[in-house]
Design a protein around this ligand. Structure first.
Ligand code: AMP
Length: 311
């Protein structure tokens, strides 16, 4: 599935939720379909680099879904199957698709989950701590030897219930990802630029603030980049857009083996392209049917769309 151009710097380890989602949007409704931050991120990253997935599912988890992940060359040795039910998330969106409303979060097998990385995963050079309890993110990080790059994501649920642990994660990551509302909530600062600076003061060298359909901002101590969202006319379900963005971005960095400013900018566009496909359909349906050619074509479109001459 990945681009076959010989570029490759090593696998990406992804830890996060693998879930059954029930989602309602103004354009339809799906019950108990494949979801979870790690599922979206892994499939997205798999277009660019080999992926090692760390997570847990219950006895009720579908073999078909496992096969779909494995078909994307995602290494599932680190995905435990435990007695009990798979993590479940239910939510809905109104016409403002940037705002997810959670109706239920059932941690289920995640409640007693203690990640124990397979030996072969411990040298992973790229680590993406997708949305999950920050204490689990730390447990994973403790087991990886000298990663080249650690990227972390989170959500309001953890900002509100586990802020101190989340601050420990932020202090240990190179790139922090969050959406605009989360950056404001975490820092208590309404201005996004100031909020971004305050996140940088918590430890990461780079902060990327996702703004839903309006794109993303990247800030470091000496650089600022604003990426547009791809102008889609049909969005059916925004669930997983952020995770897909993150997976695509980290996968792209792993493929290039670099994290300089120019590569980061391209990685953000690659992540935006991946996310723009995810939202075209429910669950991972569009992502699982996507071809590398469609990805590179949309990437080129965004490049064309954002060029302008000097003043
Ligand atoms: P996103 O739309 O990218 O913010 O992420 C949506 C995904 O996050 C869904 O597929 C959910 O299964 C998953 N999710 C929702 N709440 C949580 C949570 N508290 N911890 C981990 N994953 C979650």
């Amino acid at each position: 599935m990945a681009f076959e151009d010989g570029c490759q710097d090593g696998p990406v380890l992804i830890v996060g939720s693998v879930a059954y989602d029930s989602v309602k949007t103004p354009f339809g409704e799906k019950e108990e379909v494949l979801g979870g931050a790690a599922s979206y991120a892994s499939v997205s990253a798999s277009f660019f680099a080999p992926v090692r997935l760390v997570g847990v599912v219950g006895e009720d988890f579908s073999e078909t879904y496992l096969a779909q992940l494995a078909d994307h060359d995602i290494d599932l040795e680190g995905l435990q199957r435990s007695p009990g039910k798979t993590f479940r998330w239910s939510g809905y969106y109104e016409y403002d698709l940037n705002q997810a409303h959670t109706t239920a979060t059932e941690l289920n097998v995640f409640q007693d989950f203690r990640p124990d990385l397979p030996r072969s995963y411990r040298d992973s050079p790229y680590v993406f701590l997708a949305n999950i309890d920050p204490s689990l993110q730390l447990l994973v990080l403790d087991q990886v030897r000298h990663p080249k790059l650690v990227v972390c994501d989170t959500m309001n649920f953890w900002i509100e219930s586990a802020k101190d642990t989340l601050l420990e994660v932020l202090a240990r990551c190179d790139i922090a990802l969050m959406n605009d509302a989360e950056a404001r909530e975490l820092t208590g600062e309404p201005n996004l630029i100031i909020a971004g600076r305050e996140v940088l003061n918590l430890g990461p060298g780079v902060v990327i603030i996702k703004k839903g359909e309006h794109g993303a901002l990247m800030m470091s101590r000496d650089s600022y980049f604003s990426a547009p969202g791809y102008p889609l006319e049909e969005i059916r379900d925004p669930t997983g857009a952020g995770d897909t963005f993150a997976g695509g971005m980290v996968g792209y960095l792993a493929r290039c083996g670099a994290t300089d400013d120019d590569t980061l900018r391209r990685a953000i566009i690659a992540g935006s392209v991946m996310a723009s496909f995810t939202v075209e359909d429910f669950s991972l349906n569009r992502l699982l049917a996507l071809s590398p050619e469609e990805v590179s074509e949309r990437y080129r479109e965004i490049v064309g769309m954002t060029q302008f001459g000097a003043f």
